[in-house]
Design a protein around this ligand. Structure first.
Ligand code: AMP
Ligand code: GLY
Length: 425
């Protein structure tokens, strides 16, 4: 089959790399892609917000399956436009993508379906939000309702901080995304991610991971899109995974179907493992970045086949097998990230992949002379596997050290929680 992959980050490089290994893929196109994706796919200049252009491209090129990487085109309804044109697509409809596109939508769904999550209030004005604060206690969790590139969540330690943050949100800090705000109960515990692929009826668990959102070692400093991740996440024991499926994923998929907006694609649940069991923090309607990179390193099944079966509503019986190894990825970012990153810094990958590591490109660009340079906040995802987190971590950092990227930086402790647990075991 001919596949078109939309997106340009490390997540999409990992998807492209895996799709290219699939015996059922005869042609792989990507738009806009990046220099890493260009190693395995033909790149095209296509604007995902121009649905007519994407449809015309698919018809002209005989595309059998479109894979949409990031959330924005999903929330924008690209999957609906493609389906209306009879083109198979991996990714949810605009209505179903509300699970990521509107935090209030998801909280209401949890309430109706009895899905464990923090108590919450939806607020449409600053006045209502300030009044609602009295129903919570510090730390206050404040969330812009809409998509805010992962930056729409504020955890305020005091009432004053919370009021100031609310004023910023309603003052337009996150644009339209902050026109409504959700205030919710602060949940305590360890965070973990659970992935499932569903065609709206059949649900296949698709691995676990933990990421590191904060920019600096020891999980300190401002939040980022993710500075590293590993999979599997053994804190999500088989018993806890069964609870996540029964208490969170199944009721979500059943409710979406009953409400006439069946969810098709990958459902990524951000969880807090609390003393009362797993609770939903948030849903994403796409793979995590960089969690996808570690999942793809471990996936042994044919990704294109799974995605095509999902798109066709024929997921029952599809095979999803992962290796028992741990995969770990270290994000190399450009100095300045998560603020304004330095662009154009030289990168030499050297022998980074010599011992089985894989370097996924996120924000890179080929300069006019062909040299690789930095072109974004998160630049490279250096990914390796091992028998456990300790070995995977050692292998990933060995590869990192072979890379010459003077204007970059990275965390030196990716996987620390799991490595500490392994040292105690
Ligand atoms: P989100 O963008 O919704 O994933 O939130 C970003 C981060 O904020 C999460 O990864 C958590 O670390 C934290 N967070 C979000 N909601 C809560 C909550 N209700 N309780 C505690 N921490 C939270
Ligand atoms: N790494 C977090 C995310 O993709 O949302």
């Amino acid at each position: 089959m001919n596949v078109l992959l939309l997106g340009s980050g490390g997540r999409e490089h990992a998807l492209a790399w895996k799709l290219a290994q699939s015996p059922s893929v005869t042609g792989l196109a990507a738009a806009p892609g990046n220099p890493g994706i260009a190693q395995v796919a033909a790149l095209f200049d296509l604007d995902a917000s121009d649905h007519t252009a994407v449809i015309a491209f698919c018809k002209n090129e005989g595309i059998d399956l479109v894979v949409i990487g990031p959330e924005a085109p999903l929330v924008d309804g690209l999957a609906d436009s493609l389906r209306a044109a009879d083109i198979a697509v991996f990714g949810p409809s605009k209505a179903a993508a509300q699970l990521e596109g509107s935090k209030g939508f998801t909280k209401d769904l949890c309430e109706r379906a009895g899905i464990p999550t923090g108590a919450y209030v939806r607020c449409a004005s600053l006045q209502a939000a300030r009044a609602a604060l009295s129903r919570f206690s510090a730390p206050y969790v404040l969330k812009a309702d809409g998509l805010a590139a992962g930056k729409g969540v504020v955890i305020a330690q005091t009432l004053e901080e919370a009021e100031a943050a609310l004023a910023d949100m309603f003052g337009g800090q996150f644009g339209e995304a902050g026109a409504e705000v959700v205030i919710e109960e602060f949940l305590e515990g360890e965070e973990a991610s659970f992935f499932a692929i569903t065609d709206g009826t059949t649900i296949l668990p698709f691995g676990t991971a933990q990421d590191h959102k904060q920019v600096s070692e020891g999980d300190t400093g401002p939040n980022t899109g993710g500075m590293g991740a590993y999979s599997p996440a053994p804190v999500l024991t088989p018993a806890l995974q069964a609870r996540v499926m029964d208490e969170i994923i199944r009721p979500t998929v059943a409710t979406m179907r009953a409400d006439g907006m069946p969810y098709s694609g990958v459902l990524y649940a951000g969880l807090m493992l609390t003393a009362d069991g797993p609770k939903l923090i948030e849903y994403n309607c796409r793979f995590g970045d960089p969690e996808c990179q570690v999942l793809m390193m471990r996936l042994e099944s044919d990704l294109a086949k799974i995605m095509f079966a999902c798109a066709k509503g024929e997921l029952a019986g599809a095979e999803t097998r992962f290796s028992d190894e741990t995969a770990l990825t270290v994000v190399m970012a450009a100095k300045g990230y998560p603020g304004t990153p330095e662009r154009g810094g030289a990168i030499s990958l050297g022998e980074a992949e010599a011992y089985g590591a894989k370097v996924f490109h996120a924000g890179t660009r080929a300069a006019e002379d062909g040299a690789l340079v930095a072109n974004g906040g998160r630049v490279l995802n250096v990914t390796a596997t091992g028998a456990n987190a300790t070995e995977a971590q050692a292998a990933a950092y060995e590869a990192v050290e072979r890379i010459d990227f003077p204007s970059g930086f990275y965390r030196r402790d990716i996987g620390w929680k799991e490595v500490a647990r392994e040292a105690q075991a």
